[in-house]
Ligand binder design. Structure first.
Ligand code: URA
Length: 248
């Protein structure tokens, strides 16, 4: 059992500053189990807690682990400059609780983006030591040739990289379509590898991370979902998955 005061709980869930969270309770906007709460000092068990705030239900989560189906023309950076940031696609509470992308996708890349407010999870998932494979669907300007596939599999030299980088697998999916699986997450890696191998990437989509596919999540572009413990376990063996709860 883990008990916290109601104002701390509200703040931890991203409802705003402690002062604002206290005011929410004072204004009668917070209920638990159908009972409007009158004291922000009340000590509440967070296990299985469901809050109602402004008539909307919120399952208490110590941390959030989500997948976003990123559309084009959104930036992953904290301070986006040319396009809106991906956080604008999520509830405001997630900005307050400092949810951030796990790694980055370019502004014009679509597909699966993991996001969380769990620092160790973000670190572990992004660590090159984890060798988490990421699966990309790339559209190429020039037709895909056997030499392109073999060059990507053999490894290509990128500027600023000491050793050549190779795709784990590379499969021709159509005359201008390649499925590329990478273990690393270097800056513009797919686009730079394709350029180094003599082609040009005109569109890029991340379809899976580890064993978790975007299709299996059933979320349309711009939509997001909480990841269950079972889905987190698919990302990479040994990831911390105990905090995840089913989407509600
Ligand atoms: N490689 C790229 O070139 N861009 C991405 O967004 C992801 C991988």
């Amino acid at each position: 059992m883990s008990k916290l005061s109601l104002d701390r709980i509200l703040q931890s869930q991203g409802f705003g500053t402690r002062k604002y969270c206290r005011a929410l309770v004072d204004d009668g906007e917070v209920a638990i189990g159908g009972v409007v709460q009158t004291s922000y000092k009340a000590s509440i068990d967070t296990d299985g807690l469901v809050l109602t705030v402004f008539d909307e239900e919120w399952v208490y989560r110590e941390h959030v682990y989500i997948a976003l189906h990123k559309p084009a023309n959104f930036e992953c950076s904290r301070k986006p400059s040319h396009h809106p940031g991906v956080l604008t696609l999520l509830p405001e509470q997630f900005t307050w609780r400092e949810v951030q992308p796990v790694g980055r996708l370019d502004h014009d890349t679509t597909g699966m983006l993991l996001m969380s407010d769990d620092g160790p999870f973000i670190h572990a998932q992004s660590s090159p030591k984890r060798h988490v494979p990421k699966i990309y669907q790339a559209t190429t300007e020039a037709p895909v040739r056997a030499e392109l596939v073999s060059a990507l599999l053999a490894g290509v030299k990128l500027h600023d990289e000491p050793a050549p980088l190779a795709a784990l697998t590379c499969i021709e999916r159509g005359p201008h379509q390649l499925e590329i699986v990478l273990e690393q997450g270097k800056y513009h890696q797919v686009k730079r590898m394709l350029a180094a191998a003599g082609n040009h990437c005109t569109a890029l989509h991340r379809s899976a991370i580890g064993g978790l596919t975007l299709d299996s999540l059933g979320i349309a572009e711009g939509e997001w979902c909480y990841l269950t413990a079972a889905q987190l376990a698919l990302l990479a063996p040994g990831m911390p998955a105990t905090e995840a709860t089913d989407p509600t």
